[in-house]
Design a protein. Structure first.
Length: 211
């Protein structure tokens, strides 16, 4: 199997689309020799770019698909309602891709233990609007939470230290803290930290609400 064929198989396995992160992570499944050379990532990029317009097409920065990928059908199948603006379509596809990729790695909310995907949200640690193209699709830039904790994290009312300790903003009223049973410095044991340290540093510095 060639590298092009391997990338095709990888995309077929993932609804016809893939990010660089996913390609780098999964390519060995179909092309075992992929990472043998020192500059293997550059080699993979070169192979894909040479076949853009033939086997693949570029949907957005860092996100590619099979040449016959139907954006509108993808949105319809995933029940995503958008306008016909190209930019919004790209954002919706990218965000949905990020969510699905993250759910394959994190199957439950670390606070509630809920695993029902309909009740879970993918939360960027470094916000989409502040992230570069790589960071937007990097699953290490995300957590899975139920809606209440997603909102708390997204709005900067809670954050985490690298040892999984919960940080509660003093901007969150004590009544809400009690009702939510939040405890400062509590260890959130099921929270995945490895690989997310740099994003959490950004969240603590720039998103967490402070005096």
């Amino acid at each position: 199997m060639t590298k092009v064929e391997a990338i095709k198989k990888l995309m077929e396995e993932n609804e016809g689309i893939a990010s660089w992160n996913l390609i780098y992570e999964k390519i060995e499944k179909y092309y075992p020799e992929a990472k043998k050379s020192k500059e293997w990532k550059a080699g993979i990029r070169g192979v894909l770019y040479r076949d853009v317009g033939k086997s693949f097409k570029k949907i957005d920065e860092g996100l590619f698909s099979l040449i016959n990928f139907d954006e509108n059908n993808y949105l319809k199948q995933n029940k995503i309602q958008v306008t016909d603006k190209i930019t919004e379509v790209k954002i919706r596809i990218g965000q949905n891709f990020f969510r699905k990729a993250l759910l394959k790695k994190i199957i439950e909310c670390p606070f509630t233990g809920i695993q029902n995907e309909k009740l879970l949200r993918a939360s960027h640690i470094k916000p989409w609007a502040k992230s570069n193209d790589f960071e937007r699709l990097d699953i290490n830039n995300g957590f899975i939470f139920t809606p209440t904790f997603d909102l708390l994290f997204d709005q900067g009312y809670i954050s985490f230290r690298n040892n999984k300790e919960l940080i509660i903003s003093n901007k969150l009223d004590l009544y809400s803290v009690r009702l939510l049973k939040l405890k400062p410095d509590n260890i959130i044991r099921k929270l995945p930290i490895r690989g997310r340290e740099k994003y959490l540093e950004y969240h603590r510095d720039c998103i967490l609400k402070k005096d």
